[in-house]
Design a protein around this ligand. Structure first.
Ligand SMILES: Nc1ncnc2c1ncn2[C@@H]1O[C@H](COP(=O)(O)OP(=O)(O)OP(=O)(O)O)[C@@H](O)[C@H]1O
Ligand SMILES: [Mg+2]
Length: 369
């Protein structure tokens, strides 16, 4: 476990707090604020590894997230505070993520030089690729090369507007939490994968997170991220298609999609409306994957791991497998994670895919900077 934690991505650490690597037993909360659902996990690193102590979800107040930013921090903070109270979560140090679409990501090769020289080179690169004043962005980078003797180092750079990063940090503070790390959801998925899966030699895996308003794609070669992208479609589009095609209200469409109720509709009517929407989403994901295929002509994707609330959409996994001509699995973010006895494991397992990002955030600690 320690090895995995050593490997985690470190981005946007906003506050280093009072660090003490030997006091890692305290509980941390990871908070994934999506446009449809807030997901939280309380976890602790104990002697046997990372352990989930509590978890929960709450609906995100509608229109509180706009353009990848929390535009109504008070409302989201209220919902978050209530959720924590309701679940009896008392930990206060929190790790969260900004949405991938808000983040400018670039991979560069730099000469293998001193850390100071690398930092200067990163700043030069940043001025070229970031279409903003650097004063207005949070920028971070990580050397991803594993070969420290190599002539060139691979460096992953990520930047997001300060306004956006602050909107998430402020939301946590308003909810009474102390943000200690602000990550990027793509990299959290990466860490979720690293915690639970062993990439095979030469294996190319695509992590596809189907959220509500966007879906992200993160392609890993032998476990290392080589491509990230997103498409502006998700579970919300499927619900909207049901509303449009069946002439029903949004809340009913949502319940039908979740299989909770079919109202007066029969199965065939539902699937006639659902399947074209699922296929439209698959086309968008496939289109984004095709950028990877174009850039890496000799590569193929060996396996796709779905996550996010939308991963549970009926027929999505098998139809995507057909379209991408590769096996598709719904990822299990808790596969190798200890779960406290008090946790309602049945609910956690049923909703596991929704917690992929929150689980990836749960490995982040301020000491890893
Ligand atoms: N069992 C299920 N079957 C189908 N869809 C589901 C299921 N559970 C959740 N969803 C859908 O998943 C979506 C929410 O997923 P998620 O929590 O990953 O999104 P989000 O993080 O709130 O949104 P985003 O990241 O796009 O801002 C909603 O559209 C919801 O309808
Ligand atoms: Mg999300």
């Amino acid at each position: 476990m320690a090895g995995l934690v050593d490997n985690v991505k470190r981005l946007f650490t906003v506050s280093l707090g009072e660090l003490n690597p030997f006091r890692s037993e305290e509980n941390y909360i990871s908070v994934d604020i999506g446009s449809s659902t807030i997901k939280v996990i309380e976890a602790r690193t104990g002697t046997h590894g990372l352990e989930v102590l509590n978890f929960g979800t709450a609906p995100t107040p509608s229109s509180a997230i706009h353009s990848n930013m929390v535009t109504e921090p008070d409302l989201v903070a209220d919902a978050l505070r209530e959720l924590l109270e309701h679940k009896g979560i008392r930990a206060r140090k929190a790790v969260t993520a900004v949405p991938g679409p808000a983040v400018m990501i670039k991979r560069v090769s730099l000469p293998n030089q001193s850390p100071q020289e690398t930092e200067q080179a990163v700043m030069r690169e940043a001025r070229n690729f970031i279409p903003e004043e650097l004063d207005n962005v949070n920028l971070d980078y990580q050397v991803t090369s594993t070969e420290m003797e190599a002539e060139e180092l691979e460096v992953l750079m990520a930047a997001a507007k300060k306004d956006i990063v602050n909107s998430y940090a402020d939301t946590l503070r308003l909810a009474g939490l102390t943000p200690v790390v602000i990550d990027v959801d793509y990299f959290a998925l990466d860490n979720m994968y690293e915690l639970n899966y062993d990439p095979l030699d030469n294996q190319v895996a695509a992590l596809v997170n189907i959220g509500s308003r966007y879906s992200s794609i993160n392609i890993l070669k032998e476990g290392r991220s080589t491509f990230t992208g997103d498409v502006p479609v998700g579970g919300r589009d499927i619900t909207e298609a049901l509303v449009r095609d069946l002439g029903i209200p949004a809340d009913e469409a949502e319940r039908i999609k979740l299989g909770v109720a079919a109202g007066d509709l029969d199965e065939e009517q539902v699937s006639m409306a659902l399947l074209p929407a699922v296929d439209a989403l698959i086309e968008e994901v496939h289109y984004a994957l095709s950028f990877f295929w174009t850039a890496a002509t000799d590569e193929r994707i060996d396996v796709l791991y779905l996550s996010g609330g939308g991963a549970q959409t009926p027929e999505l996994a098998n139809r995507l497998a057909e379209r991408a001509e590769a096996p598709v699995e719904v990822s299990d973010p808790f596969g190798r994670i200890l779960i406290d006895d008090e946790v309602d494991v049945a609910v956690l397992r049923r909703r596991a895919s929704e917690f992929a990002i929150a689980m990836g955030l749960a490995v982040r600690r301020p000491v890893d900077k």
